[in-house]
Write a protein that binds this ligand. Structure first.
Ligand SMILES: Cc1cc2nc3c(=O)[nH]c(=O)nc-3n(C[C@H](O)[C@H](O)[C@H](O)COP(=O)(O)OP(=O)(O)OC[C@H]3O[C@@H](n4cnc5c(N)ncnc54)[C@H](O)[C@@H]3O)c2cc1C
Length: 368
């Protein structure tokens, strides 16, 4: 069968794109290599911008079980500052991603789990997608397969990601629900947040050399948390940490004949500002009207249209995030900023507001 759209990867980007395409009358199959619910290394904070986009799509109910976020508590050395947040929720990726996938299916997309897919060649009317030894064809393909999904080139010196989730009964009271705890240290940073069932999600970004020097991801997290002096998490170093490849990466191409890349597959910047899911859902919402037109009649201009739309919706935000991640490379500068914010937290307001503002560049087609 030839599908109107094949979506590779059912994270937030793929699930929202599949839903939006199905709602536009496309036949859609969503191919996912894992089985839901599946965990994912992530800080699990859905920021204000992501919440707004989900609202505009009529999808904010998927966040109903999330914990509303009040503030972020940033530690550097023995200094700490608490900065108010204008919105956002914490929600485990098991719950968030499953809810979005269900919405895609409810809108008519077909989900195939346990399927590792690969973009094939195109002919005059379709593009092939390999699924194991078989293949399917589609008028358009959405590549939403995450960090490594589109052969994006990692930036030299990029940090790697790490994550683990801690049972609710092992979490010290200090880590109260509704606050994001962000410990910054010489080798990276560690974010901690309580999710909907009281568990503590721990997500980190580390320099590779630091992880090697500390003897692993868990010891690296212990070292960064030790620098800020917050309560110890029992047996943190021995927990089953999961790692990621280099985080900051640029896609070599955002689109090609009959395919479009979205979410992390379109490029990513390390997660200190916690925006990846906002970029994922915004790019899914923005690509859907272009892809829906492209499946009717493909023209090379559709690829250029997506490159320009991606630059507008996501590019500016990723540039700002890059600046923040460069500042964080200097522990002295980070400590100085936290020292200033501990006295005058109000100074962070413009940055926090801008990070949480929904993109005004989302297309008209994004509807509730
Ligand atoms: C340490 C860390 C902390 C973070 N914290 C936050 C945060 O607090 N807030 C925030 O907004 N963002 C955060 N992010 C970023 C966020 O996790 C990502 O930006 C977001 O998940 C991107 O969504 P996506 O749908 O593009 O990709 P993903 O969520 O990675 O989904 C891709 C999907 O594709 C599947 N897949 C991969 N390859 C294939 C294949 N060949 N065939 C079929 N399926 C495939 C995968 O199994 C996966 O389900 C963090 C990231 C890291 C590493």
């Amino acid at each position: 069968m030839t599908w109107d759209a094949v979506v590779i990867g059912a994270g937030p980007a793929g699930a929202v794109a599949a839903r939006e395409l199905a709602r536009r009358g496309c036949s859609v199959v969503l191919l996912e290599k894992a089985h839901f619910p599946r965990p994912k290394v992530c800080g699990c904070c859905v920021n204000g911008a992501a919440v707004s986009t989900l609202q505009r799509l009529g999808l904010d109910h998927v966040l109903a079980s999330g914990v509303p976020l009040r503030d972020v508590h940033i530690g550097a050395g023995r200094r700490a500052a608490t900065v108010k947040l204008p919105g956002g929720v914490s929600l485990s990726r098991e719950a968030f991603d499953l809810a979005l996938v269900r919405e895609a299916v409810a809108s008519g997309a077909q989900l195939r789990e346990g399927m590792t897919a690969k973009l094939g060649e195109s002919d005059a009317d379709t593009r092939e997608v390999f699924v194991g030894r078989e293949s399917v064809r589609a008028k358009v393909v959405i590549v939403a397969s995450g960090l490594c999904g589109n052969d994006a080139t990692p930036e030299a010196g990029s940090k790697i990601g790490a994550g683990v989730i801690i049972a609710a009964d092992a979490v010290p009271l200090f880590f109260s629900p509704g606050t994001i705890f962000m410990a910054t240290g010489s080798g990276g940073y560690v974010g901690l947040v309580r999710v909907e069932d009281g568990r503590l999600d721990v997500a980190a970004a580390f320099d590779v050399a630091f992880v090697k020097a500390q003897g692993g991801l868990g010891p690296a997290a212990e070292a960064v948390l030790g620098e800020v002096g917050w309560p110890r998490l029992p047996r943190l170093a021995e927990l089953p940490w999961k790692g990621t490849p280099a985080l900051t990466r640029r896609a070599n191409a955002l689109a090609g004949e009959r395919w479009f890349a979205i979410g992390d597959a379109a490029g990513y910047v390390e997660p200190f500002t916690g925006e990846g899911m906002a970029w994922a859902v915004a790019s899914a919402a923005a690509v859907a009207p272009i892809a829906a037109r492209a499946r009717q009649h493909w023209e090379a201009s559709h690829a250029h249209e997506w490159e320009a739309a991606h630059r507008r919706v996501i590019g500016r935000r990723q540039r700002a995030c890059r600046v923040v991640s460069r500042v964080l490379r200097s522990p002295a500068l980070t400590t100085a900023i936290v020292r200033v914010l501990s006295v005058l937290p109000v100074l962070s307001r413009p940055v926090v507001r801008s990070l949480n503002r929904s993109s005004s560049s989302l297309p008209q087609g994004v509807r509730a």
